[in-house]
Design a binder for this molecule. Sequence first.
Ligand code: RB5
Length: 149
Amino acid sequence: MTAARRIVLSSDHAAIPLRQAIAAHVAAKGWEVVDIGPTTTESTDYPRHGEAAARRVASGDCALGIVVCGTGQGIMMAANKVKGVRCGVCADTFSARMIRAHNDANMLALGARVVGEGLALEIVDAFLTAEFEGGRHATRVAMIKALEA
Ligand code: RB5
């Protein structure tokens, strides 16, 4: 399968069951899932896992990424430090659609202590099925990219 249908998943210890549910869900939708763990519930540091997933996306190995921690906030902040990554944390489907449509986000962050599994999977679907609209939004995304230069 090409990178265009490959998605990387990562989390910290606070979000392993939700990450595994997302992995099964997106695999059933036809995505090749690269689940980079962790696999134990031992306390671990979300910045490491956010960075590792973000590097898979920034390198082009994976088209998209989903990262999960307790709130989604910390792992999102870490992912966004990797050049080329635009990651938004979402707790609703509208935002999940819009971060792709308007912001060309290539990563989604979720909070396992914020949203239940049912809503999380709907958010994932909204993120995966939305498309970047380009036009004036491309100009603004280019401005974001310029901040990285
Ligand atoms: C871990 O306790 C928690 O801080 C982490 O999962 C996340 O919520 C950080 O943003």
